[in-house]
Design a binder for this molecule. Structure first.
Ligand SMILES: Cc1ncc(COP(=O)(O)O)c(C=O)c1O
Length: 393
């Protein structure tokens, strides 16, 4: 094969379908309910803090593992909320988004041949993350309608080669919030097989109906074997800032920091200063975003159900997984293309959340982190959806 081709690793995964849907949406002038980013402003105090930091000339490299005020804020808030002591200097690393935090963690802990347990459906990035870090993924199904796992299936996925389990709660794309008993079952397997939990908790504060977010690091014996990943993107509506972090056991921090340093040197210095201000917002801010997102969820649920989608009600994060079998399309990709091109609404084909595309064939994910006007416009456009009785292309 010509040396002018990409690496074997790079040919094992496709471009992000989620990001591609945003590009298609822009091309066709659609309403973008695909990629998860808000179309409303970020909190004024947080934007002001970023502008102030730039004006104060916080414009050079921050310490590679993160500016002290943000690292300390991350440690302080985790300890305050969950009672798990975190030492900023020894356990917190600021990265370029939780995306880089996940990649740096995987590269820091995985050796070739190591297995990583991933719940499926999963956030699209975890597949390429596993390939790029050399991990062999072992998928465990979250069964609809409640997206629960079978404890025996989970236990069967663990063995001596298992290095880590990737968890995402509240979950994208399903909206599942893992319960304490589920987390205890996962934790028991981690302890039994000496496995690291990598827990993506980026939707920590986006949670509904009196559900409670439980970090797996709070379960017995797990603080010393959990890397908790989070970031500013979703909680403060600043997905373009690219600031995230890891909270790691001391035994792993050095490896994560080295990988992070050589991947990116560091996250944007002035935005880290603003991040410290963001994390200091009063508790009411977090209660308000949960209430507002729950209202947006209910608006989109009503729209989609009226437009004949079968919806899986989410209890956290800001997506609705739907079943589209009633529309009679060949598959999710054909339906998503029709929807963005002919109807003018972008959503994400379900197959992008499964390693076996067939499992997502009848699913489509919509996001609702949007203004009321945007959701109303999507509703108006969905009126033109052709009934299932009409033959499809
Ligand atoms: C589960 C999950 N993790 C990570 C990310 C990316 O976060 P960041 O912007 O911090 O890289 C997303 C974005 O949609 C996500 O849904």
């Amino acid at each position: 094969m010509s040396k002018l081709a990409g690496s074997q690793k790079a040919t094992q995964f496709t471009e992000s379908v989620i990001r591609e849907m945003t590009r298609l949406n822009d091309q066709y002038g659609g309403v973008n309910l695909s990629q998860g980013f808000p179309d409303f402003p970020a909190p004024q105090a947080v934007k002001d803090a970023a502008c102030a930091a730039i004006q104060a000339d916080v414009n050079q490299y921050a310490v590679t593992w993160g500016a002290r005020p943000l690292r300390e804020a991350v440690a302080r808030e985790f300890t305050r909320r969950y009672g798990v002591p975190v030492v900023a200097d020894e356990q917190v690393t600021i990265c370029c988004g939780s995306t880089e935090a996940m990649m740096a963690t995987m590269m820091a802990i995985i050796d070739p041949g190591d297995e990583v347990v991933i719940f499926e459906p999963f956030y699209e990035n975890y597949g390429p993350d596993a390939i790029l870090s050399g991990a062999t993924p072992r998928y465990v199904t979250l069964h609809e309608p409640l997206w629960s796992f079978d404890p025996d299936e989970l236990a069967a996925a663990f063995n001596n080669r298992t290095k880590a389990v990737i968890l995402n709660t509240p979950n994208n794309p399903t909206g599942k919030v893992f319960s304490r008993s589920e987390l205890e079952a996962i934790a028991a397997l981690c302890r039994k097989w000496d496995v690291i939990a990598i827990s993506d908790e980026i939707y920590e504060h986006i949670i509904y109906e009196r559900q409670r977010h439980i970090p797996i690091a709070t379960i017995d014996g797990m603080a010393e074997r959990t890397v908790t990943i989070n970031g500013l993107s979703k909680t403060y509506s600043v997905t373009g800032w690219r600031v995230g972090w890891t909270i790691s056991p001391r035994s792993l921090t050095g490896a994560i920091r080295k990988v992070h340093d050589f991947l990116t040197v560091g996250a944007a210095a002035p935005l880290q200063e603003a991040g410290a201000v963001a994390l200091g917002l009063p508790d009411q801010y977090y209660l308000d975003i949960a209430t507002q997102y729950q209202r947006r969820r209910d608006v989109l649920l009503e729209i989609l159900e009226r437009r004949r989608f079968t919806c899986y009600r989410p209890f956290g994060a800001y997506y609705i997984m739907t079943d589209i079998s009633g529309f009679g399309f060949a598959d999710d990709v054909a339906f998503a293309r029709y929807l963005v091109k002919d109807v003018g609404v972008a959503a994400v084909p379900g197959s992008s959340f499964y390693q076996d595309a067939a499992k997502g064939r009848t699913k489509l994910r919509f996001c609702f982190c949007k203004r009321d006007e945007t959701l109303a416009e999507a509703d108006r456009r969905l009126e033109t959806l052709i009934p299932a009785s009409v033959p499809r292309y």
